[in-house]
Design a protein around this ligand. Structure first.
Ligand SMILES: Cc1ncc(COP(=O)(O)O)c(C=O)c1O
Length: 394
């Protein structure tokens, strides 16, 4: 039966009841290897490994439920699951580009992505070209015959800069190359990049899709059969596969994505409004606030503002440090998308791989704080921040 609403898809999706037992939870198959019925069948499977199961790095029934589910949610044909978001990004880059090729990448991305693209990927002979993806002319200028794909993150970690996916997709497609969108901050519940021209969508599923801070995982979706074949080759060759247990945890988390995201958005909106009014706060960047420089674009691309807020306090890094050391309800920790509210300092933590110049250029100032708003009562979070601001003199 066709599911009319996304929420129903989240709860049911691909998984069908186990016909033998009626179990509603999907089974976990921890098996690393799978017995062949005969030598001929084993040999046949090695010719077409996705027609059955050989070895978990190459395919696993629990992981397959997850692969199909994320493909369904992102409205794409293929899904792939990885051991982490970084393994997913690495796979995309090395599957689609090689020595002598170039990749155009948004100048504001997660610090780990920046580290990968500044160190490991250039060592493979791939030229990474960093551009302000809000400036289509700059993007257009960076693309040439060697360019294989454009990679963007929207909203971007940590500044909440929003990229116009349709504008960048048009440039990519004019040149016959792919647009890859990191949809970690929004999830398919709040943003469907394919509808704006993205060819490949990826997630750090460690964040909202898992949602509970108890797993590390990455997911990728695409429509193109050749792209899928290349990505599958990389999973098999490099081995950055998700474990069956983490795939199962992720499937469990995804079932409540809509409920959690609605609550994250509601809490974050309340806290963003509080921050915007507070005298200790210089600036707030949250896509739900009309003061966000790309508020209108966000309204077009996203069905909700998400749960991450970036803000700058008066007194810069020193005041920020006092605030982060003074919170009791918020937890001073990296990551985002958890049920716990997490607070951290991008310039010295998640984005410490950025050079001083790049931090400055992309607006990751010394006083910038990133807050991933969790599911505690918002009034408790506001009281916590208030007392922390007071300690910092605000
Ligand atoms: C937007 C974004 N993409 C990718 C990653 C990397 O994912 P992982 O930590 O699961 O490897 C992160 C991690 O914070 C992220 O925030």
């Amino acid at each position: 039966m066709e599911h009319k609403h996304f929420q129903t898809l989240l709860v049911h999706g691909e998984h069908v009841l186990d016909s033998a037992t009626g179990a509603i939870a999907p089974p976990i198959y921890p098996s690393s290897t799978f017995a062949f019925k005969s030598a001929d069948q084993g040999a046949e499977l090695f010719r077409s490994p996705l027609d059955g199961y050989i070895y978990t790095r190459m395919g696993n029934p629990t992981i397959d439920i997850l692969r199909n589910k994320i493909a369904l949610l992102e409205e794409q044909k293929h899904g792939l699951a990885f051991a982490s978001g970084m393994a997913a990004i690495h796979a995309i880059l090395v599957a689609l580009a090689g020595s002598g090729d170039s990749v155009v990448i948004s100048d504001t991305v997660y610090g780990g992505t920046a580290a990968l693209c500044n160190r490991t990927i250039p060592n493979m002979g791939i030229d990474m070209r960093w551009v302000d993806c809000n400036n289509p002319d700059e993007v257009e200028k960076a693309v040439d015959k060697t360019t294989k794909l454009i990679f963007v993150e929207t909203p971007a970690n940590p500044t909440m800069k929003i990229i116009d996916m349709k504008a960048i997709a048009d440039i990519a497609h004019k040149h016959g190359i792919y647009l890859v969108v990191d949809n970690t901050f929004q999830t398919p519940y709040l943003q469907k990049p394919k509808r704006f021209g993205a060819d490949i969508v990826m997630h750090s599923a460690t964040k909202y899709l898992g949602g509970h801070g108890d797993l590390v995982a990455g997911l990728v979706t695409c429509d193109d059969d050749d792209v899928f074949t290349e990505l599958y080759r990389v999973v098999c060759d490099i081995g950055g596969i998700i474990s069956p247990f983490n795939a199962w945890l992720l499937l469990r988390g995804i079932k409540t994505l809509h409920v959690r995201m609605d609550a994250h958005c509601k809490n974050a909106m309340k806290i963003a409004e509080f921050l915007e009014e507070h005298p200790a706060v210089e600036t707030v960047w949250y896509p739900g606030l009309k003061s966000h420089p790309q508020y209108e674009l966000g309204q077009k691309q996203m069905t909700g503002p998400g749960g991450v807020i970036a803000f700058e306090v008066k007194g810069g890094k020193e005041a920020g440090k006092i605030i982060m050391d003074s919170v009791h309800v918020c937890t001073l920790a990296v990551s985002l998308g958890d049920i716990d509210t997490l607070i951290q300092h991008p310039a010295s933590m998640t984005h410490s791989a950025y050079s001083k110049e790049d931090l400055e250029k992309t607006g990751i100032s010394p006083g910038l704080i990133r807050l991933s708003v969790g599911l505690e009562h918002p009034d408790d979070l506001i009281e916590d921040l208030k007392q922390a601001f007071k300690k910092a003199g605000g």
